[in-house]
Design a protein around this ligand. Structure first.
Ligand SMILES: Nc1ncnc2c1ncn2[C@@H]1O[C@H](COP(=O)(O)OP(=O)(O)O)[C@@H](O)[C@H]1O
Ligand SMILES: [Mg+2]
Length: 393
Protein backbone atom coordinates (compact mmCIF):
# COMPACT_ATOMS: atom_id res chain seq x y z
CA UNK A 1 0.00 0.00 0.00
CA UNK A 2 1.23 3.45 -0.81
CA UNK A 3 0.16 6.85 0.26
CA UNK A 4 0.65 8.90 -2.87
CA UNK A 5 -1.05 12.16 -1.98
CA UNK A 6 -2.35 13.63 1.24
CA UNK A 7 -4.42 16.76 1.71
CA UNK A 8 -5.36 18.09 5.13
CA UNK A 9 -7.94 20.75 5.70
CA UNK A 10 -8.35 22.02 9.26
CA UNK A 11 -6.97 18.84 10.76
CA UNK A 12 -5.35 19.67 14.15
CA UNK A 13 -2.83 22.49 13.55
CA UNK A 14 -2.98 22.16 9.74
CA UNK A 15 -5.12 24.62 7.84
CA UNK A 16 -4.61 23.55 4.24
CA UNK A 17 -1.79 21.39 2.98
CA UNK A 18 -1.34 19.24 -0.11
CA UNK A 19 1.51 16.76 -0.18
CA UNK A 20 2.85 14.22 -2.65
CA UNK A 21 4.94 11.32 -1.40
CA UNK A 22 7.35 8.98 -3.16
CA UNK A 23 7.03 5.22 -2.66
CA UNK A 24 9.82 5.21 -0.07
CA UNK A 25 7.93 7.66 2.17
CA UNK A 26 9.01 10.78 3.96
CA UNK A 27 11.29 12.03 6.67
CA UNK A 28 9.69 14.87 8.60
CA UNK A 29 11.63 17.15 10.88
CA UNK A 30 10.57 20.09 13.00
CA UNK A 31 10.72 21.55 16.48
CA UNK A 32 8.68 20.30 19.41
CA UNK A 33 5.04 21.16 19.00
CA UNK A 34 5.45 22.04 15.32
CA UNK A 35 2.97 19.44 14.02
CA UNK A 36 4.99 16.31 13.19
CA UNK A 37 2.83 13.93 15.20
CA UNK A 38 -0.32 15.64 13.91
CA UNK A 39 0.72 14.72 10.37
CA UNK A 40 1.37 11.06 11.19
CA UNK A 41 -1.84 10.94 13.19
CA UNK A 42 -3.81 12.08 10.12
CA UNK A 43 -2.34 9.20 8.08
CA UNK A 44 -3.06 6.70 10.84
CA UNK A 45 -6.57 8.06 11.18
CA UNK A 46 -7.24 7.63 7.49
CA UNK A 47 -6.23 3.97 7.69
CA UNK A 48 -7.81 3.04 11.01
CA UNK A 49 -10.54 5.63 11.56
CA UNK A 50 -9.13 6.07 15.03
CA UNK A 51 -6.19 7.97 16.44
CA UNK A 52 -3.15 6.51 18.17
CA UNK A 53 -3.27 9.19 20.83
CA UNK A 54 -6.86 10.01 21.64
CA UNK A 55 -10.23 8.33 21.79
CA UNK A 56 -11.93 11.66 21.37
CA UNK A 57 -12.45 12.40 17.69
CA UNK A 58 -13.45 15.97 18.47
CA UNK A 59 -9.82 16.77 19.26
CA UNK A 60 -8.77 16.09 15.68
CA UNK A 61 -10.63 18.92 14.02
CA UNK A 62 -8.87 22.28 14.13
CA UNK A 63 -9.96 24.16 17.23
CA UNK A 64 -11.38 27.06 15.22
CA UNK A 65 -13.06 25.03 12.48
CA UNK A 66 -16.50 23.49 12.11
CA UNK A 67 -15.11 20.84 9.81
CA UNK A 68 -11.84 18.99 9.29
CA UNK A 69 -10.92 16.86 6.28
CA UNK A 70 -8.27 14.24 5.61
CA UNK A 71 -8.10 13.30 1.95
CA UNK A 72 -5.71 10.96 0.19
CA UNK A 73 -4.86 9.05 -2.91
CA UNK A 74 -3.65 5.59 -2.01
CA UNK A 75 -2.44 2.77 -4.21
CA UNK A 76 -2.39 -0.96 -3.80
CA UNK A 77 0.23 -2.18 -6.22
CA UNK A 78 -0.58 -5.86 -5.75
CA UNK A 79 -4.21 -5.28 -6.63
CA UNK A 80 -3.21 -2.65 -9.19
CA UNK A 81 -5.76 -0.31 -7.72
CA UNK A 82 -5.78 3.36 -6.83
CA UNK A 83 -8.35 4.80 -4.45
CA UNK A 84 -9.37 8.24 -3.32
CA UNK A 85 -10.24 8.29 0.36
CA UNK A 86 -11.66 11.16 2.35
CA UNK A 87 -12.85 11.55 5.92
CA UNK A 88 -14.78 14.56 7.02
CA UNK A 89 -14.98 15.40 10.70
CA UNK A 90 -17.55 17.74 12.15
CA UNK A 91 -19.13 18.01 15.60
CA UNK A 92 -20.18 14.51 16.60
CA UNK A 93 -20.04 13.08 13.07
CA UNK A 94 -17.61 11.38 10.75
CA UNK A 95 -18.39 10.92 7.09
CA UNK A 96 -16.46 8.80 4.61
CA UNK A 97 -15.94 9.12 0.88
CA UNK A 98 -14.51 6.44 -1.35
CA UNK A 99 -13.64 7.45 -4.91
CA UNK A 100 -15.83 10.52 -4.67
CA UNK A 101 -18.92 8.72 -3.35
CA UNK A 102 -20.07 8.86 0.23
CA UNK A 103 -20.04 5.44 1.91
CA UNK A 104 -21.02 3.88 5.20
CA UNK A 105 -19.04 0.72 4.49
CA UNK A 106 -16.23 1.22 6.97
CA UNK A 107 -14.73 -2.20 6.23
CA UNK A 108 -14.55 -1.50 2.54
CA UNK A 109 -13.06 1.92 3.30
CA UNK A 110 -10.42 0.61 5.70
CA UNK A 111 -9.51 -2.26 3.38
CA UNK A 112 -8.10 0.30 0.89
CA UNK A 113 -5.28 1.53 3.08
CA UNK A 114 -3.40 0.03 6.03
CA UNK A 115 -0.97 1.76 8.34
CA UNK A 116 0.78 0.67 11.52
CA UNK A 117 2.33 3.14 13.93
CA UNK A 118 5.05 3.49 16.47
CA UNK A 119 4.12 6.35 18.74
CA UNK A 120 5.97 7.29 21.95
CA UNK A 121 2.63 7.35 23.79
CA UNK A 122 2.52 3.58 23.33
CA UNK A 123 5.75 3.07 25.25
CA UNK A 124 4.05 2.90 28.59
CA UNK A 125 2.38 -0.34 27.49
CA UNK A 126 5.63 -2.13 28.14
CA UNK A 127 5.97 -1.04 31.75
CA UNK A 128 2.44 0.01 32.64
CA UNK A 129 -0.72 -1.90 33.57
CA UNK A 130 -2.39 -4.63 31.49
CA UNK A 131 -5.03 -2.33 29.92
CA UNK A 132 -2.41 -0.77 27.62
CA UNK A 133 -1.18 -4.18 26.51
CA UNK A 134 -4.72 -5.40 25.86
CA UNK A 135 -5.28 -2.27 23.78
CA UNK A 136 -2.07 -2.84 21.81
CA UNK A 137 -2.98 -6.44 21.04
CA UNK A 138 -6.60 -5.66 20.14
CA UNK A 139 -5.49 -2.79 17.90
CA UNK A 140 -3.06 -5.16 16.16
CA UNK A 141 -5.79 -7.77 15.64
CA UNK A 142 -7.99 -5.10 14.05
CA UNK A 143 -5.21 -4.17 11.62
CA UNK A 144 -5.00 -7.79 10.57
CA UNK A 145 -8.70 -8.58 10.65
CA UNK A 146 -10.88 -5.47 10.35
CA UNK A 147 -13.91 -7.60 11.32
CA UNK A 148 -12.45 -7.97 14.81
CA UNK A 149 -13.86 -4.52 15.65
CA UNK A 150 -17.27 -6.18 15.85
CA UNK A 151 -16.00 -8.98 18.13
CA UNK A 152 -14.51 -6.41 20.46
CA UNK A 153 -17.58 -4.16 20.41
CA UNK A 154 -19.92 -7.12 21.00
CA UNK A 155 -17.87 -8.17 23.97
CA UNK A 156 -17.89 -4.66 25.48
CA UNK A 157 -21.63 -4.42 24.94
CA UNK A 158 -22.38 -7.77 26.60
CA UNK A 159 -20.03 -6.98 29.49
CA UNK A 160 -21.81 -3.66 30.08
CA UNK A 161 -25.23 -5.31 29.98
CA UNK A 162 -24.18 -8.05 32.36
CA UNK A 163 -22.66 -5.52 34.77
CA UNK A 164 -25.81 -3.46 34.72
CA UNK A 165 -27.89 -6.58 35.36
CA UNK A 166 -25.69 -7.54 38.31
CA UNK A 167 -26.36 -4.11 39.80
CA UNK A 168 -30.07 -3.88 39.17
CA UNK A 169 -31.78 -7.26 38.73
CA UNK A 170 -32.52 -10.27 40.89
CA UNK A 171 -33.80 -12.37 37.99
CA UNK A 172 -31.35 -15.27 37.97
CA UNK A 173 -32.71 -16.77 34.74
CA UNK A 174 -32.10 -13.53 32.92
CA UNK A 175 -28.59 -13.29 34.36
CA UNK A 176 -27.85 -16.88 33.31
CA UNK A 177 -28.82 -16.01 29.71
CA UNK A 178 -26.47 -13.01 29.72
CA UNK A 179 -23.73 -15.11 31.28
CA UNK A 180 -24.02 -17.51 28.32
CA UNK A 181 -23.79 -14.62 25.88
CA UNK A 182 -20.88 -13.18 27.82
CA UNK A 183 -19.00 -16.49 27.65
CA UNK A 184 -19.55 -16.79 23.89
CA UNK A 185 -18.22 -13.25 23.30
CA UNK A 186 -15.36 -13.80 25.76
CA UNK A 187 -14.20 -17.00 24.05
CA UNK A 188 -14.16 -15.31 20.65
CA UNK A 189 -12.09 -12.45 22.01
CA UNK A 190 -9.67 -14.76 23.84
CA UNK A 191 -9.14 -16.98 20.83
CA UNK A 192 -8.37 -13.93 18.67
CA UNK A 193 -5.85 -12.67 21.23
CA UNK A 194 -4.27 -16.09 21.52
CA UNK A 195 -3.95 -16.46 17.73
CA UNK A 196 -2.48 -12.97 17.45
CA UNK A 197 0.16 -13.60 20.11
CA UNK A 198 1.06 -16.88 18.36
CA UNK A 199 1.38 -15.15 14.99
CA UNK A 200 3.60 -12.35 16.32
CA UNK A 201 5.72 -14.86 18.23
CA UNK A 202 6.29 -16.95 15.14
CA UNK A 203 7.26 -13.89 13.08
CA UNK A 204 9.55 -12.60 15.82
CA UNK A 205 11.37 -15.85 16.38
CA UNK A 206 11.45 -17.31 12.87
CA UNK A 207 12.10 -14.15 10.90
CA UNK A 208 12.53 -10.81 12.48
CA UNK A 209 14.98 -11.24 15.32
CA UNK A 210 17.29 -13.55 13.40
CA UNK A 211 17.45 -11.20 10.45
CA UNK A 212 18.17 -8.16 12.56
CA UNK A 213 21.00 -9.64 14.62
CA UNK A 214 21.47 -12.32 17.25
CA UNK A 215 22.65 -9.73 19.79
CA UNK A 216 19.09 -8.40 20.13
CA UNK A 217 18.12 -11.44 22.18
CA UNK A 218 14.61 -12.84 22.37
CA UNK A 219 11.23 -11.18 22.37
CA UNK A 220 7.92 -12.97 22.81
CA UNK A 221 4.38 -12.41 23.97
CA UNK A 222 2.86 -14.58 26.63
CA UNK A 223 -0.91 -14.31 26.54
CA UNK A 224 -2.30 -14.67 30.05
CA UNK A 225 -6.06 -14.88 30.11
CA UNK A 226 -7.32 -14.01 33.58
CA UNK A 227 -9.77 -16.90 33.49
CA UNK A 228 -6.89 -19.37 33.16
CA UNK A 229 -4.65 -17.72 35.76
CA UNK A 230 -4.73 -20.71 38.09
CA UNK A 231 -4.45 -23.36 35.36
CA UNK A 232 -1.41 -25.52 34.78
CA UNK A 233 0.41 -25.32 31.44
CA UNK A 234 -1.28 -28.56 30.37
CA UNK A 235 -4.74 -27.23 31.19
CA UNK A 236 -3.95 -23.96 29.39
CA UNK A 237 -2.91 -25.87 26.30
CA UNK A 238 -5.98 -28.06 26.44
CA UNK A 239 -8.39 -25.14 26.81
CA UNK A 240 -7.06 -22.32 24.65
CA UNK A 241 -5.70 -23.40 21.27
CA UNK A 242 -8.21 -22.84 18.53
CA UNK A 243 -8.28 -26.26 16.90
CA UNK A 244 -10.43 -27.94 19.52
CA UNK A 245 -14.00 -27.50 20.67
CA UNK A 246 -15.19 -24.66 22.90
CA UNK A 247 -16.89 -27.02 25.35
CA UNK A 248 -14.12 -27.42 27.97
CA UNK A 249 -13.44 -23.68 28.00
CA UNK A 250 -17.18 -22.94 28.36
CA UNK A 251 -17.36 -25.33 31.29
CA UNK A 252 -14.40 -23.63 32.88
CA UNK A 253 -16.13 -20.24 32.47
CA UNK A 254 -19.38 -21.56 33.91
CA UNK A 255 -17.59 -22.99 36.94
CA UNK A 256 -15.95 -19.59 37.47
CA UNK A 257 -19.33 -17.83 37.14
CA UNK A 258 -20.72 -20.19 39.79
CA UNK A 259 -17.78 -19.68 42.11
CA UNK A 260 -17.97 -15.89 41.88
CA UNK A 261 -21.75 -15.59 41.96
CA UNK A 262 -22.07 -14.00 45.41
CA UNK A 263 -19.08 -11.71 45.02
CA UNK A 264 -20.40 -10.49 41.67
CA UNK A 265 -23.83 -9.69 43.04
CA UNK A 266 -22.30 -7.94 46.04
CA UNK A 267 -19.99 -5.85 43.86
CA UNK A 268 -22.33 -5.37 40.94
CA UNK A 269 -19.76 -6.25 38.32
CA UNK A 270 -18.38 -9.11 36.28
CA UNK A 271 -15.32 -10.48 38.02
CA UNK A 272 -14.01 -12.90 35.39
CA UNK A 273 -13.24 -12.71 31.67
CA UNK A 274 -10.92 -11.12 29.11
CA UNK A 275 -11.48 -7.57 30.38
CA UNK A 276 -8.92 -8.66 33.00
CA UNK A 277 -6.40 -10.38 30.70
CA UNK A 278 -2.73 -9.52 30.46
CA UNK A 279 -0.15 -10.12 27.78
CA UNK A 280 3.34 -10.39 29.21
CA UNK A 281 6.09 -9.03 26.98
CA UNK A 282 9.17 -11.12 27.56
CA UNK A 283 12.38 -9.51 26.40
CA UNK A 284 15.68 -11.36 26.74
CA UNK A 285 14.18 -13.97 29.01
CA UNK A 286 12.55 -11.54 31.43
CA UNK A 287 9.17 -9.94 31.69
CA UNK A 288 9.91 -6.41 30.52
CA UNK A 289 7.16 -4.88 32.66
CA UNK A 290 9.49 -4.68 35.62
CA UNK A 291 12.74 -3.58 34.16
CA UNK A 292 12.84 -2.36 30.53
CA UNK A 293 14.82 0.86 30.12
CA UNK A 294 13.53 3.74 27.96
CA UNK A 295 15.64 2.58 25.03
CA UNK A 296 14.57 -1.05 25.46
CA UNK A 297 10.92 -0.05 25.60
CA UNK A 298 11.36 1.79 22.30
CA UNK A 299 13.05 -1.19 20.71
CA UNK A 300 10.45 -3.63 22.03
CA UNK A 301 7.52 -1.55 20.77
CA UNK A 302 9.24 -1.05 17.42
CA UNK A 303 9.81 -4.80 17.06
CA UNK A 304 6.16 -5.48 17.86
CA UNK A 305 5.06 -2.93 15.25
CA UNK A 306 7.52 -4.42 12.73
CA UNK A 307 6.19 -7.95 13.45
CA UNK A 308 2.66 -6.67 12.95
CA UNK A 309 3.63 -5.10 9.60
CA UNK A 310 5.08 -8.45 8.47
CA UNK A 311 1.99 -10.25 9.78
CA UNK A 312 -0.26 -7.97 7.72
CA UNK A 313 1.91 -8.58 4.67
CA UNK A 314 1.72 -12.33 5.25
CA UNK A 315 -1.96 -12.63 6.05
CA UNK A 316 -3.61 -9.81 4.14
CA UNK A 317 -1.28 -9.89 1.17
CA UNK A 318 -0.43 -6.22 1.16
CA UNK A 319 2.23 -4.07 2.72
CA UNK A 320 1.11 -1.55 5.32
CA UNK A 321 2.56 1.93 5.55
CA UNK A 322 4.78 2.38 8.62
CA UNK A 323 4.46 5.51 10.72
CA UNK A 324 7.38 5.99 13.06
CA UNK A 325 6.88 8.97 15.31
CA UNK A 326 9.94 10.24 17.10
CA UNK A 327 11.46 6.80 17.03
CA UNK A 328 15.16 7.53 17.26
CA UNK A 329 15.29 9.72 20.34
CA UNK A 330 16.92 7.96 23.27
CA UNK A 331 18.13 5.12 21.09
CA UNK A 332 21.81 4.28 20.98
CA UNK A 333 23.66 3.69 17.72
CA UNK A 334 23.09 -0.10 17.71
CA UNK A 335 19.36 0.18 18.29
CA UNK A 336 19.04 2.81 15.57
CA UNK A 337 20.93 0.50 13.26
CA UNK A 338 18.47 -2.31 14.02
CA UNK A 339 15.58 -0.09 13.02
CA UNK A 340 17.24 1.16 9.83
CA UNK A 341 18.24 -2.37 8.87
CA UNK A 342 14.61 -3.40 9.12
CA UNK A 343 13.47 -0.41 7.05
CA UNK A 344 16.07 -1.05 4.36
CA UNK A 345 15.39 -4.78 4.20
CA UNK A 346 11.62 -4.59 3.98
CA UNK A 347 11.15 -1.26 2.24
CA UNK A 348 7.66 -0.53 3.51
CA UNK A 349 6.63 3.00 2.68
CA UNK A 350 7.75 4.77 5.84
CA UNK A 351 7.01 8.12 7.45
CA UNK A 352 9.53 9.05 10.11
CA UNK A 353 9.51 12.11 12.32
CA UNK A 354 12.46 13.45 14.27
CA UNK A 355 13.50 16.77 15.72
CA UNK A 356 16.55 17.41 13.60
CA UNK A 357 18.98 14.56 13.52
CA UNK A 358 18.86 14.28 9.80
CA UNK A 359 22.40 13.06 9.31
CA UNK A 360 21.48 9.70 10.83
CA UNK A 361 19.30 8.91 7.87
CA UNK A 362 21.88 8.99 5.11
CA UNK A 363 20.96 5.43 4.23
CA UNK A 364 17.39 6.42 3.59
CA UNK A 365 18.01 8.95 0.88
CA UNK A 366 15.00 8.00 -1.13
CA UNK A 367 12.68 9.47 1.51
CA UNK A 368 11.17 12.85 0.70
CA UNK A 369 12.22 15.43 3.26
CA UNK A 370 9.86 17.83 4.86
CA UNK A 371 10.45 20.52 7.38
CA UNK A 372 7.43 21.31 9.55
CA UNK A 373 7.07 24.86 10.78
CA UNK A 374 4.59 26.67 12.93
CA UNK A 375 3.73 30.18 11.73
CA UNK A 376 0.91 32.32 13.13
CA UNK A 377 -0.66 29.29 14.81
CA UNK A 378 -0.77 27.32 11.56
CA UNK A 379 1.46 24.47 10.58
CA UNK A 380 3.16 24.54 7.21
CA UNK A 381 5.41 22.06 5.53
CA UNK A 382 8.30 22.78 3.29
CA UNK A 383 9.86 20.24 1.03
CA UNK A 384 13.63 19.77 1.07
CA UNK A 385 14.45 22.57 3.44
CA UNK A 386 18.12 22.95 4.27
CA UNK A 387 19.08 21.06 7.39
CA UNK A 388 19.78 24.22 9.38
CA UNK A 389 16.28 25.68 8.94
CA UNK A 390 15.28 27.40 12.12
CA UNK A 391 12.16 27.21 14.23
CA UNK A 392 9.80 30.16 14.16
CA UNK A 393 8.19 30.01 17.54
N1 LIG B 1 -7.33 20.40 17.32
C1 LIG B 1 -6.26 21.23 17.21
N2 LIG B 1 -6.39 22.40 16.56
C2 LIG B 1 -5.34 23.24 16.43
N3 LIG B 1 -4.11 22.96 16.88
C3 LIG B 1 -3.93 21.81 17.53
C4 LIG B 1 -4.99 20.88 17.72
N4 LIG B 1 -4.51 19.81 18.39
C5 LIG B 1 -3.20 20.07 18.61
N5 LIG B 1 -2.85 21.27 18.10
C6 LIG B 1 -1.53 21.90 18.15
O1 LIG B 1 -0.58 20.96 17.69
C7 LIG B 1 0.53 21.00 18.58
C8 LIG B 1 1.14 19.62 18.74
O2 LIG B 1 1.57 19.20 17.52
P1 LIG B 1 2.38 17.83 17.44
O3 LIG B 1 2.16 17.31 16.08
O4 LIG B 1 2.06 16.97 18.58
O5 LIG B 1 3.87 18.38 17.61
P2 LIG B 1 5.25 17.62 17.37
O6 LIG B 1 5.89 18.28 16.21
O7 LIG B 1 6.03 17.87 18.64
O8 LIG B 1 4.97 16.19 17.16
C9 LIG B 1 0.01 21.44 19.91
O9 LIG B 1 0.99 22.17 20.59
C10 LIG B 1 -1.16 22.28 19.56
O10 LIG B 1 -0.76 23.62 19.53
MG1 LIG C 1 5.40 14.59 18.40
Amino acid sequence: MLLEKLALHRFRSYHDIDLVFPSAGAYITGCNGSGKTNLLESIFFLANLSSFRTNNREELRNWDAAQGIVKATVADRYADRQSELAVQLSAGTRRLWLNGKETRETREFTSRFTAVAFHPGTLQVVRGGPAGRRYLIDRGITSLHPGFVRVSQDFQHVLKQRNSLLRTSTDTGFLAAWTERFITAAIQLMRARWRHAELLNSILSAELLQDLGSDIGTLSLDYRPAILAKCSTQQYERLLPTNGTDAPLREHFLAEAQRLQHAETAMGQTLFGPQRDDIAINFCGRESRGYASQGQQRLVVFLLVAALALGIQRQRGHRPVMLLDDIVSELDARNREIIFTFLKTHAFQTFITATEEREQFDDLNSLARFQVQRLNDQTTLRNDMPYAASCTH
